[in-house]
Structure formats: C-alpha cells, structure tokens
Design a protein around this ligand. Sequence first.
Ligand code: GTP
Ligand code: SPV
Ligand code: MN
Length: 588
Amino acid sequence: MTQNKAVLAWIDEQIKLCNPDKVVWIDGSDEQREALREEACSTGEIIKLNQEKLPGCYLHRTAKNDVARVENRTFICTETKEEAGNINNWCDPAEMHAKLNALYKDSMVGRTMYVIPYSMCMVESPFAKIGIELTDSIYVVLNMLIMTRAGKKVIDALGDDADFVKGLHAKKDIDEENRYIVHFPQENLICSVNSGYGGNVLLGKKCFALRIASYLAHKEGWLAEHMLILGIEYPNGEVHYISAAFPSACGKTNLAMLIPPEIYAKQGYKVWCVGDDIAWLRIGPDGRLWAVNPENGFFGVAPGTNLKSNPNALHTTERETIFTNVVHNLDNNTVWWEGLDKNPPTNANDWLGNKWDCTDGSKGAHPNSRFTAMAENCPCISKEFNNPAGVPIDAIVFGGRRAKTAPLVYQSFDWNHGVYVGSAMASETTAAAAGAVGVVRRDPMAMLPFVGYNMGDYWAHWIEMGKKIPNPPKIFNVNWFRTNAEGKFIWPGFGDNLRVLLWILGRVAGTVDAVESPIGFLPKAEDINIEGLENDGITIEVLKDLLSVDKDLWKEDADGVEEFYNKVGDHTPAELRNQLAAFRARLN
Ligand code: GTP
Ligand code: SPV
Ligand code: MN
C-alpha cells in the first residue's frame, strides 16, 4: 500500500519480532471491514447483534482481568527520569525495550498482524498527526475504524514522510502480570502488550492523542487536553464554544451531548457536540484559542446512559456500534446495562458471558462497560466537527467529583489563577481505571494519567501559553457532584448543567455580575436560572448552599495541593506556589 521506506522498514522489524502468520493492511474500505466483522464473529471475538434493531452493531467481551486502563502498568520512557517526572512511572528506555522485546518475541505466531494507518484529526487539518498501529486484534481494528480516520487515504497523505507515531499492540496472553502500556515520546513509539481493553489498546486515543501529543504540544507550543468541546447556540443563532476537562467517568460525554431543559429549548437554545474526550488546542490567527477533536467517534461509558440522561448518546449507539462488556439480552439479541431502563432482561448473559439473574443483586454490565460509536451518527454533532480549523474557545471549564468542597461553579480571577485551579483539581476515582473507586485523588487538569512528560513542566507550559494567547478563554471550575447528608447528589445535573454553562458564557460576555470570594468569582444565586427545578428540590436556598464556600474544607484542600506540588517536586512552577500562597492568605 506504500513505498514509504521508514514505514516499511519499521513494520519489517516488527514482523520479524512478532512473527505473525499473515500481515494485512487496513485500507478503510467497507468490504474489508465487513470481512473482518465476519471473521471475528466466526471465532467468537465479537457477537453480531439483532441487525433489525441495531444495524451494524456488535458485542465484545474482554477478559475478566482486563476491563479498564491500568495506570500502574503505564510507563513514560524518556532518556532521563526527570523528563518523565515524579508522577509518571518511568523506566530506562533500553531496559524497557529489552523487556518488551522478550514479550513480543513470536507473540503473533498463528495470528494475523493488522497494519492500521490512521490520522488523529481529519487528514487535511493543520492539526492532523498520523500514526500506524500494528495489532493482532480484529476488535482493535474495528474500533480504530470508528475512533479515527483510518485506511489508505492516510498512508497516501503520509507519502514519503517519516513523521508518524508507531504503535505496536499484541494481545499475547492477556496476562496482567506482564501487561505493559509504554510510551517512548522521543522515539514516537507506543507499545502495548497483554491487554485487549480500550484505553490500553486503541493506541490513537489516550496513548497518542494525550500522552505522546502532550509531549509534542509542549515542544511545539500547543495543548493536548482531556477535554470535551461543545457549542451553545443562542436563539439568535450565535454559537459559543466551551471546552471542559473532567476526569474519566465524570461527565464529559454527557455534557458534550446535553439536551437543553424545556424552558431553554422552547426559546431556541441548542447544544452541539464537537468532541467528548480529547481536545487539541492551538492559537489561531485571530489570537484566540482554537480547538479540534482529534477523534472520529466516541468510546463512551454505557451504564447510566438512557433516554433521559443522554438521549443523544443513546441514539448514536443505535447503529454501527461496538458494545463492550454490557449485558447480552438473549430474547431479542440486543444489549442492556444498568441505568438503561427499569426492565433488566430476564433471559440474558452478563458481561462475562455467564447466565445472569437480574434479581440476585449482581451487576449485569461492567461499571466501565463502553460503546464505540461514530461521531457522525450523533444527532447533535456540530457542523464544525469536520472543520479542519476547529472552533474558537470562549471558556475552559475544569471539574470533578467532589462530595463537599467545590461549589457548583466559580470563575478564576485570571489565566494564571485558572491554571492554579486546574492544577489543584481533585476528584473521586471511578471505574474507568483499575483500582479503588470513590477515593479523592488529585487529578490536575484531569490529566494525571495522561501527561506524557514532567507534570511540573506541563503546568509551566500552561502558564507560558497564557502569555502567548492574545485573547485567552476565561477559566472556570464546576462540580455537579455535591451530595447532601444522605449522600444523594443535590444538583440534578445532565441537561440542567446548561443553566451553569449560560452563567459562564454570561461572564465571558460581561453581561452578568459575580461575587468575589477567596476561591474566585462566585455567581449571585439569582443569576442562575432555576425555573422548573422545583421537582428536583432546587430552591434559591438550596442553590445558595450549592454555591457556598467552606473555608475549613478549602484550607484542608490547600494542604492537599501543597502535598501534590511537593510530590511533583522542583519542576512545580514558582507561579503556582505563589498562587497557592495567595489563596491561603485569602482564606485567612
Ligand atoms: P470517560 O469516557 O471515562 O472519559 O468519561 P466521561 O467524562 O465522558 O463521563 P460520562 O459522561 O460518560 O459520565 C460518567 C458517569 O457520570 C455516568 O454514569 C453518568 O451518568 C454520570 N454523570 C454524567 N454527568 C452527570 C451529572 O451532571 N450529574 C450526575 N449526578 N452524574 C453525571
Ligand atoms: C477514560 O478512561 O478517560 C476513557 C476511556 O475515556 S479509555 O479509552 O479507556 O481511556
Ligand atoms: Mn476519557
């Protein structure tokens, strides 16, 4: 498919190492995809679902021990440990190569190696970057065909250029003791072995579009972030764009596709989704920050997705979708997950493929079960989704799951204070990564597991970017997850989050006032519209409570920030230490 010497030489080496029976180039054609689906069905790798109800949809189950990203087995292998920093797992590149080579040796005997040329962003975008993933998994191929622009057009666009990100994935034995997700930023190389789960193996996503891309962005003067991008259309037709960074399973997909509450819908407000997980941001010719979504699909959390919480996501998954680790309804050959509706199937297999008794209290779908669906099938996909220039960003929003500390929304004083707010983010852990769930951990910019270099340098880069953007977006923080004494979420969330986004855009436009507090600018309660929320228990008093700032909790939080800065070490920018000191002074 190509004469590119660098590409061919590299693939040749990997073939010698992995020793597959066959090598197949992915051309991106419908015929080839269809043939691969059939082959994967014949081996049981995927299950063809009811094609009348769910055309083009398939079900896949991963191994029981392989259901989420594995952060403790994810490495950044730079020349020196200092370049990777204290937050990333690091290993000497030569040592890691030796270890990986032993694992890859003959790992594809009896298997086929697929060569997937793919582009993050549409090929013609100035943001676009090309990767080649070698994998022995048809599931990976089918997912990459949804999540990226892949096939012949990409390898043609690469031409003779040697500038591409190499990715090698081997399922091997799905042995968790020997599972490695390894990045060599200085070699433009990603290696993944012994996993078959999403973020560990769809190498264009977290591995390339965040870890490798953040490294490149630092060198090249742009930002690669764990952010959704959405457009809010006003009744007069004007559209304003917001990007928002929340940690994994904290609401990006939901916010990106939100449906305006009735009172806004009838006035003509609309919300358009540009991206649900990753944003690449560059300074545009007009001096604003412009964002593209480098992906072509959504790898979304299934549980909790329903006609009320996220109808757009649900409709997106009605065709050409791969479901992973959900319940298989055997009566009609469809799928189900917790929170889809109140009628769990009685004749069904759980995510492990075992007969499931929905009355015994066990979960049928894995909490991190996912759908892989095409962006173009999303009813609210933005008409700018394929715009190579991206969209101009008015506001950057940080947020996480905080049961108590963070209020519903606040605005940072300026860019550097906003960078502080991002660096001080913390959130309760979720099922998206292996490990305990519900524990508060610091997760700066929602990038803790995704920064491909030294966290301190990453923060410094944010501060530098602020100096370079003539007309920077304003920076905010939100929290949809404050709980009451019974542990229930107070704010209704989902579509009603638009009420908060409109306050944010009002601040950007300078049309709404705010109250200064130690943490930043807070809304006046009467400036957030709560009309129609009576049945959700939201009164002006409850809203005031949602906006309250408990100084003692924030003092404790500041200690947590300091502890994290110390862990990051001497690369933590002085500016952020100053911001922390100023914050403490404001609290006293
Ligand atoms: P990743 O794909 O892992 O990066 O996750 P994400 O950030 O896209 O999260 P997603 O939108 O899939 O939401 C994850 C979980 O949070 C789901 O169970 C949602 O139901 C829940 N959730 C999302 N938005 C809200 C909200 O506004 N309020 C509440 N209470 N829950 C929400
Ligand atoms: C996340 O965990 O943030 C995801 C899913 O978006 S994964 O692709 O596994 O990273
Ligand atoms: Mn994510």
